[in-house]
Design a protein around this ligand. Structure first.
Ligand code: GLA
Length: 728
């Protein structure tokens, strides 16, 4: 059984094939954390909780303090505010007396097969009850009547578990949740590097890493979305861990709004990590009988390096997060009009794109921003989701018929959560956008933000979208989101609920997305937020792919896609070949192939030579689709400042084929370079598709090979495709 409870010691043990997570109901019903790491068969680790207990006048429980126990220094399973634990708190609830001292203790638990869905929130799911086992612990703060349920689900076959928290008000007075992190995780030492993904527009999810230091280190978003600047992902990699060896713990929050990941190293040099909704500007009024659910945290353990941590995330998300008809279906090879035409198009121009695209083997035309209202630039019409018939003469159906007649499917762009001040919708409903009394509304990309916490607003946008999607043959929707939230207030909520709006906004967006996905399950939804400003597991629950970045330069994309691969599978990474000029088309194709693949350019402007390359890429896309999308990723050379090359590969599950890609970012004086491949079967023999050379997997992975005769000038790249040979 992956989850067990030892009645005599009151110890919970949560096992996957590779990891164990152990905690105990200690005296006075405190939940004390004991162990998280490599799988161990037994549970006798009670002593691990004992820590030097006097940080500085460390408070103690009056009954058991003399046993050397203090919540200020022992590893606590879910840390509370104001009752002795002076380190970072996962939970703080302000009660009707006005104080926020909080103290939850164990009451009971239940263990059951399967995994419950979270109310109003995206979460990992199971296909059958055998996929996962869940532990729900009930705790209570006896003084205030706050019941706090700690949820743990173990995905035994993946080395992964999920956590969440539900708070119920069982008292007859209102209470205010000031912070409710989704999990608290304790480690006895501080010998870890903290890895996370920072960035900005056009530079999303850049991997950075630093050693833990005493004190608190955090990554946050308070932009209203998960954001370009920090992703809701952190990993703790042991000091001696590398890409291929050692322990790595990955944490990824299934949430698209303000998040916080806080790590504190205390006086004992012990480490506590808490992750969840950012408490800044958050406060949730819980009336008697109401409950609140915190988003889900995914926790992955690897004892085979950071690379294996990523592969576990990839498998887990491909099987238990991505949903719907497009889950395992081959994605269409599309061309998007944005970088080709921006707002300057009409029906004839789009049909001309489609004609050329068809000749190249492209399967879908996506009409980006500019088709609705009077949207001839980015200053107007968001919210007016009706077709601009001056541009699309004869309407949308006629355009789609012409595109379909050429044999291409059709996709369309929306930005449902936004409103332009210059729009019919804003003129009719100025109160529908986020705003706070007496303050000017900040503008961002010339637009305001709709109050997604309001059902009437969501209903209006839903009906506008649904009428277009019902009456036209639309196969794909790009769902964009192009600014940060500011002046976050709702005209409908009372003052004591205004700090709920950030979270209610996210819940409203999820509800709207869910309605679209449910009514139009055949539509492939691709999320976007000025590129990858909302690339998170919450969005992936609704859209199986997300536009990774507005930066389509293949050399800069290496860093972005490398960071993205830390936890997000390749099938989710929107990547296109564009007309940007830094490298040739081969490299643009080789980099975009490590994503959904498509084009973002004017196909009419391609030269004969470029058309030849594109046709070859289209063939390669089909040839390599399965190994890339259903294989495992192995990162070989990271695109760091010190490396002049970047390399990675995909190996099929049965290890019978592999595709490795090498890109020279900057030529160096001495490009001779040995590289050892990874992920192959040492006992199999592989033939190189291009040279017909045959080598064992053992040779390719241990001796490696020399790249000296391969292209190595700036921006060049090549791939090596290996296939198993049975009779060498
Ligand atoms: C965002 C997206 C782009 C494009 C534009 C349209 O910036 O990231 O891909 O769709 O909006 O306005």
């Amino acid at each position: 059984m992956p989850i067990s409870f030892d009645e005599s010691k009151r110890i919970f043990k949560l096992d996957t094939k590779t990891s164990s997570y152990i905690f105990q109901v200690f005296e006075q019903n405190y939940l004390v954390h004991l162990y998280y790491g490599a799988y161990i068969p037994d549970n006798g680790v009670e002593d691990l909780a004992m820590r030097c207990c006097n940080a500085s006048f460390s408070p103690a429980n009056a009954i058991i303090g003399e046993h050397g126990f203090s919540v200020d220094s022992w590893p606590m399973e879910y840390s509370c505010n104001g009752t002795g634990d002076m380190r970072i708190s996962a939970l703080a609830i302000k009660n009707h007396c006005g104080n926020a001292s909080t103290d939850v203790r164990y009451v009971s638990h239940r263990i059951f097969k399967g995994k419950p869905a979270l109310c109003g929130l995206p979460s990992l799911y199971t296909m059958s009850d055998d996929d996962a086992t869940t532990l729900e612990i009930e705790t209570i703060d006896k003084v205030t009547g706050a019941k706090v349920f700690l949820l743990y689900t173990v995905f035994e076959n993946y080395g992964a578990m999920t956590r969440s928290v539900r708070v119920e008000n069982s008292s007859d007075k209102p209470m205010d949740i000031q912070r409710v992190y989704s999990a608290c995780v304790e480690f006895p030492t501080m010998d870890y590097n903290m890895m996370h993904l920072y960035g900005m527009w056009c530079k999303e999810r850049t991997l950075t890493s630093h050693h833990l230091a005493h004190g608190i280190q955090s990554v946050h978003s308070k932009r209203g979305s998960s954001s370009h600047t920090h992703n809701p992902f952190v990993a703790l990699a042991k000091d001696d861990a590398t890409e291929d060896f050692g322990e790595a713990f990955g944490f990824n929050l299934v949430y698209s709004g303000n998040f916080a990941a806080d790590i504190e190293v205390d006086f004992n040099s012990s480490t506590r990590l808490i992750m969840g909704i950012n408490p800044t500007d958050f406060c949730w009024r819980l009336d008697p009988g109401e409950s609140f659910t915190a988003p889900e945290l995914v926790m992955v353990y690897s004892n085979a390096g950071v690379g294996e941590m990523s592969r576990i995330f990839h498998r887990l998300y491909s099987n238990h997060l991505i949903r719907g008809e497009w889950k395992n279906k081959k994605r269409p090879l599309l061309i998007n009009s944005w970088e080709a035409a921006y707002f300057d198009f009409d029906d004839d121009k789009l049909v001309a794109f489609a004609e050329r695209a068809k000749e190249l083997g492209i399967e879908m035309l996506v009409m980006d921003d500019g088709w609705f209202g009077v949207r001839n630039d980015d200053r107007r019409s968001l919210g007016d989701w009706y077709v601009n018939e001056n541009k699309l003469k004869g309407g949308l159906s006629s355009l789609i018929e012409r595109v379909n007649a050429l044999g291409l499917n059709f996709g369309i762009w929306y930005e449902p959560e936004m409103i332009s001040p210059d729009s019919d919708l804003y003129r009719a409903h100025p109160d529908w956008c986020l705003q706070v009394p007496g303050r000017e509304k900040s503008i961002g990309r010339n637009q305001y933000i709709l109050d997604m916490s309001r059902k009437d607003v969501r209903d209006n946008i839903y009906e506008q979208m649904a009428s277009v999607l019902r009456n036209n043959k639309i196969d794909y929707v790009k769902w964009d989101f192009n600014r940060n939230l500011t002046e976050v207030g709702s005209a409908l909520l009372p003052p004591e609920r205004q700090q709920e709006v950030y979270h209610r906004f996210v819940l409203g967006t999820y509800e709207l997305m869910g309605r679209i996905v449910n009514e139009f399950p055949h539509i492939l939804l691709e999320n976007c937020s000025g590129g990858g400003g909302r690339f998170d597991p919450g969005m992936l629950y609704f859209s199986p792919q997300i536009w990774c970045s507005d930066n389509t330069d293949p050399i800069e994309r290496l860093t972005i896609q490398f960071g993205t691969s830390m936890c997000y599978p390749v099938s989710t990474v929107g990547a296109h070949v564009s007309a940007c000029s830094r490298t040739g088309y081969e490299t643009k194709g080789n980099v975009a192939m490590s994503g959904t693949f498509g084009y973002e350019l004017d196909p009419i402007k391609l030269t004969e030579e470029e058309r030849r390359i594109v046709k070859k890429q289209v063939k390669d896309y089909h040839k390599y689709y399965d190994v890339i999308h259903f294989g495992d990723l192995y990162r070989l050379i990271a695109p760091t400042e010190n490396s002049h090359r970047c390399a990675w590969g995909y190996v099929s599950q049965d290890k019978s084929e592999a595709l490795f890609t090498f890109v020279t970012m900057l030529r160096c004086q001495n490009p001779t370079f040995y590289v050892r491949l990874k992920g192959l079967d040492p006992d199999k023999y592989y033939i190189d598709d291009e040279t017909d050379e045959i080598h064992s997997g053992a040779l390719l992975m241990n001796a490696g090979f020399n790249l000296k005769n391969r292209p190595c000038s700036d921006g060049t790249s090549y791939t090596i495709y290996l296939k198993e040979v049975k009779n060498k």
